[in-house]
Design a protein around this ligand. Structure first.
Ligand code: 4AZ
Length: 260
């Protein structure tokens, strides 16, 4: 009888170890698949990174380009009442408080268009109701240069960690992807309008996803693009599409000079 009990015990112990090991493995796999293929990061690695809340709910990414101005995607701000908008800066996790600002002005260019989900001139400036001054928060300089094919750029965001997910990521993520030629991007997205105001970037298994829109694409500490659109997330055949700051320069410079 005692023997039977001890053998039952050892089976239970072995089962327990098995379950613990399995859950550790699935947890590890999950950690690898954040921002779709990226890794969790910290706001200290992107201290200019902000998120846009609509009616208090996380909606988009953005970047602080001056103490009073946030750069984001046009489709994040288009036809949205500015009284419903809040900007949150200085957080790694969406559950933190950080620094919150209201939006005094939401500026979207007249040229902005949604063409069946594809975006044209997808840029916006949100003018804040206060100056953001905090030792943990920094602004990011804009570059109006073009990026050569093959350049590795960083994307940041709290967007979904896989296409089928229903919720954003609580923690900020980063991934590195490669700029591809406009010709190959147009070939891959031939059913869509790939606007002159965009560039495309991808790497297998890595991509931006819903909620990453408006966030910056960064190369050597400067912002070159804005997360704009794509067909699904990290699908093998489809690159991500980014607003090219170089191509929206006329509107961006004029707006920054006037309001920021
Ligand atoms: C979005 O809905 C979104 N894979 C942004 C980027 C991409 C897909 C969706 C690109 O905000």
């Amino acid at each position: 009888m005692l023997k039977m009990l001890t053998s039952k015990f050892s089976i239970l112990i072995v089962l327990n170890i098995l379950i613990l090991t399995l859950s550790q493995i699935t947890h590890d796999i999950d950690d690898v698949n954040k921002i779709v293929g990226g890794q969790v990061t910290d706001i200290t690695r992107a201290p200019y990174m902000v998120n846009l809340r609509l009616d208090g709910k996380f909606a988009c990414g953005g970047s602080l380009i001056s103490p009073t101005c946030v750069l984001t995607a046009g489709h994040c701000a288009y036809k949205v009442e500015r009284s419903k908008m809040l900007i949150q800066a200085g957080v790694t996790n969406l559950t933190e408080t950080g620094v919150i600002a209201k939006v005094r002005r939401a500026l979207v260019p007249d040229a902005y268009r949604d063409v069946n989900g594809a975006q044209h001139y997808d840029v916006a400036i949100l003018v804040l109701n206060k100056t953001i001054e905090d030792r943990r928060i920094e602004t990011i300089p804009i570059s109006y240069s073009s990026l050569s094919t093959g350049t590795k750029i960083n994307i940041f965001g709290w967007g979904k960690t896989k296409e089928s997910s229903k919720v954003p990521s609580v923690q900020l993520k980063r991934a590195s992807i490669e700029v591809i030629s406009k010709a190959s991007c147009k070939r891959a997205l031939s059913d869509y309008f790939v606007s002159k105001t965009t560039f495309c970037a991808t790497l297998p298994g890595r991509d931006t996803c819903q909620g990453d829109s408006g966030g910056p694409t960064v190369y050597q500490g400067r912002q070159y693009g804005i997360v704009s659109w794509g067909r699904g997330c990290a699908r093998v055949a489809y690159p991500g599409v980014y607003t090219s700051l170089k191509e929206v320069r006329p509107w961006l410079e004029k707006t920054i000079n006037q309001y920021c």
